[in-house]
Every structure is written in C-alpha cells, then in structure tokens.
Design a binder for this molecule. Structure first.
Ligand code: COA
Length: 372
C-alpha cells in the first residue's frame, strides 16, 4: 500500500446478495387474479378489474421470476405488499443488512479489509429512511472509517455512484470507495396494478472502486464515465415526507411507482443508444468491438434494441447477458448483477460497458477494460 496513488479509478471487485425467496409469474398471477376476483365480487357496480396473464408478462418484459424479501405477504391477496417487521434503533436496518452482505463479498473478492476503505456511497432508488444515511449505517456495520452518504438517481443510482466514486479517486480525495446498492423495490411497487405488478424484484449489489495503485492484480480499468439526465414525468413516485399528513393522499397509487411504459420504451431507447455511441466516440472506442454490454435490466425488448444500435447487429446472450428473467427489474442493481455474474470469463484487454437508465430520465455509462 505504499505505491504512490495514480488518480486512475478501477473496479476492484463486485458483490451480490440475492434474497432466498423468489416468486414465479405463475404464483404472481394466481395471487393477482385472486385479488381481482375478490375486488370484483365486493364491487359489483364498479368497472370490473381484468386478470393478469403469465404469457403477457413474459412476452412484454422477459421476466419469469423475481426474488423478494417478503414473499408470503406479497402473494397474500389481502396484503399484496412486503411486510418486514420493524426493527429497533439498536438493530441493523434491513437495507443496511443486505447492503453489508453484498459489500462483504466485494471486499473479500478484492482482498480488502474494511479499514482500507475511505468512503461508502449507498446508491439506490429508495431509502428506508431519510436519515441517518443508510451509507453511514453500512459504514459502521463494516467497520469503515472516513465518510458515507446516500444518493438516489432511481434506476441509474449505481452508475451515478460509480462516477462519483471514480471522481473521488481522480481528485485524490479517496483511494478506495464502496458503492452499495440495496434495492428493496418490492416496497415501491403497486402489486395491485395490472400494468406493472410484475416488474420489480429485490437484491443488493456492491462495487469497490479504487485507485489503480492499490487494486488487486485482476481488476477493471475504468476508461470513462458519463452521466445524463432529462426531466420526464413518465416514471414517477410521489411518496414523500410532505404528503404523510394528507389522509386523502396517503396510500394512493401515485405514492408508489407509476409509469407510462410505452413512452418510456420509445423515448429512452434512442436517448441511451445515442449516449453510448457518443461516449464511445469520445473515448476513441469502436462500439462494434465491445466484448460485452452489461445493460440495465428493465425490459428485454429495450435491451435488444439498445444493444443492436450499439453493436450494429442483434446481440447474443454472450454479448448482452440478461438476468431479468430470474431477477426482474432490480432498479439500479440490474446492470451490476449482470456484470457480477457475467464478467469472470472475459480476458485481459477485453472492453465492456456497464450502462443503466431509468426515472428522471437518467442514464449512466461506465466503460471498462479488464486488466490481467
Ligand atoms: N396481463 C395481461 N395483459 C396486460 C397486462 C397484464 N399484467 N398488463 C397490460 N396488459 C394489456 C393491456 O391492457 C393492453 O391491452 P390492449 O392492447 O387490449 O389495451 C396490452 O396488454 C398492452 O399494454 P401495454 O401497457 O401497452 O404493454 P407494453 O407492451 O407496452 O408492455 C411494459 C408494458 C411496461 C412491459 C413495457 O411498456 C415496458 O417495459 N416499458 C419500459 C418500462 C421501463 O423500462 N420502465 C423503467 C422502470 S425503471
């Protein structure tokens, strides 16, 4: 650890926590349709709610199952949301707990001790509470000195976190930064909404961004990072501390995830494809030569189109791996899960792209090259 710092950021390792419980489309649709039957029987004069279907979900999204933190409550037609027992202030909170598991794996893979880490960013689309920051709780649970703070850029949180961490390295303000993304998205999903009840799943990821001087022999050089935001109401969640006092609005559907899925699809695909191509050009990289794309996992069709525009041909599973089928949309964690599970086979010199996009709109790219 005595080598002088280089100011060049790398990804030293990643980590993943996958909740043991998982819900298949069949289980999800059976529960949703039981709710529809109950609702229609209890409201004979209202417009009848329609059934969901396994075939639609798989065809429209590519999702076959999703991991969750609280399966029984989500599938109970009388509850249909996660029920995680409240914990005392002297116990670790759920988000911190799963973030710590992912972070420990990243640290172990990098051969890094907590005391060598300078900062923790908790980058996720929902925080369990406003303060104290989740990142500081994770920092304390791991035994890290230095500082931590939370960042929320919806589905792009992890790539925004990686650029922020990389900037600390570039500026010489830190040599080792953990970016942790615990995504308990089942809590913001409206499980009673037919258009979106199948979308999300729970997970936690961690990425260790470090100065090249201290990185383990096997690491990923960060060639460049780029962020973009353009305001849109097409993915929105109005939950917040200012509306808890309004009994007429608390619990209404707009206090959970809502989207205009078709518009999102149509507007985000060209925005992200163009951003990737411009950034590749800026970095002097041939997009066609990219060995692998680890794309945000929201919709298989979106990923197919984006990969095609970047690579110039229909991407194979090897070129653009999907984890959407078993994880669902895990918000900011999706591209990191894909990277974590599908990067070990690449060789030294291979170049790839971690890319996320989502509400805001927001998008982030992290071009990487494998070293050793
Ligand atoms: N089961 C069966 N049918 C359903 C259904 C369900 N659960 N949900 C919707 N449908 C029906 C609709 O009623 C509609 O029927 P109609 O044509 O007779 O009116 C039809 O399926 C198409 O609905 P639509 O909502 O237009 O579907 P879609 O093909 O656009 O797919 C999404 C929906 C959400 C999967 C898709 O738009 C998408 O993935 N968009 C991008 C989402 C995204 O990335 N969001 C970011 C989140 S971070």
């Amino acid at each position: 650890m005595t080598a002088p710092l280089t100011g060049r950021p790398v990804i030293s390792a990643s980590g993943l926590f996958t909740p043991p419980e998982s819900i298949t489309n069949e289980e999800l649709v059976a529960s949703f349709n039981a709710f529809v039957d109950q609702h229609n029987a209890a409201n004979p004069d209202a417009e009848a709610l329609a059934y969901s279907s396994v075939e639609f979900i798989e065809k429209a999204s590519g999702i076959k199952a999703r991991h969750v933190m609280s399966k029984a409550a989500i599938l109970d037609p009388d509850t249909m949301c996660p029920r995680l027992p409240e914990r005392g202030n002297d116990e670790i909170s759920v988000m911190a707990e799963i973030g710590v598991i992912a972070a420990r794996e990243a640290l172990a893979r990098a051969g890094r001790k907590p005391e060598d880490v300078d900062a923790v960013l908790c980058a996720a689309s929902n925080m369990q509470r406003p303060y104290p920051a989740m990142a500081i709780e994770i920092q304390q649970a791991l035994g890290i000195e230095g500082f931590g703070f939370d960042m929320n850029v919806a589905c792009s949180s992890a790539t925004f976190g990686i650029q922020t961490a990389a900037d600390y390295i570039r500026a010489g303000n830190a040599k080792s930064v953990l970016v942790v993304s615990p995504e308990i998205t089942s809590g913001h999903l409206n499980w009673r909404d037919r258009d979106s009840h199948f979308i999300f799943g729970d997970v936690a990821t961690a990425v260790l961004v470090e100065d090249a001087a201290i990185a383990p022999a096997q690491h990923w050089e960060i060639l460049g990072t780029k962020l973009k935001t353009v305001f849109s109401n097409n993915i929105r969640n109005n939950f917040g501390f200012l509306n808890r006092a309004h009994p007429d609005s608390a619990g209404s559907a707009d206090k959970l995830f809502v989207q205009e899925g078709r518009k999102v699809f149509k507007e985000v695909v060209p925005m992200v494809a163009q951003m990737i191509l411009e950034e590749a050009d800026r970095l002097g990289l041939d997009p066609v030569a990219l060995r692998r794309l680890w794309l945000h996992q929201a919709n298989a069709g979106m990923n197919r189109l984006i990969a095609q525009r970047v690579l110039g041909h229909e991407a194979s599973e090897d070129e653009s791996p999907t984890v959407l089928d078993t994880y669902g949309n895990t918000s900011s964690a999706g591209s990191i899960i894909a990277f974590h599970k599908h990067s070990a086979d690449l060789g030294a010199g291979d170049t790839g792209l971690i890319c996320s996009f989502g509400a805001g709109y927001s998008a982030g790219t992290v071009f990487v090259r494998k070293v050793a």
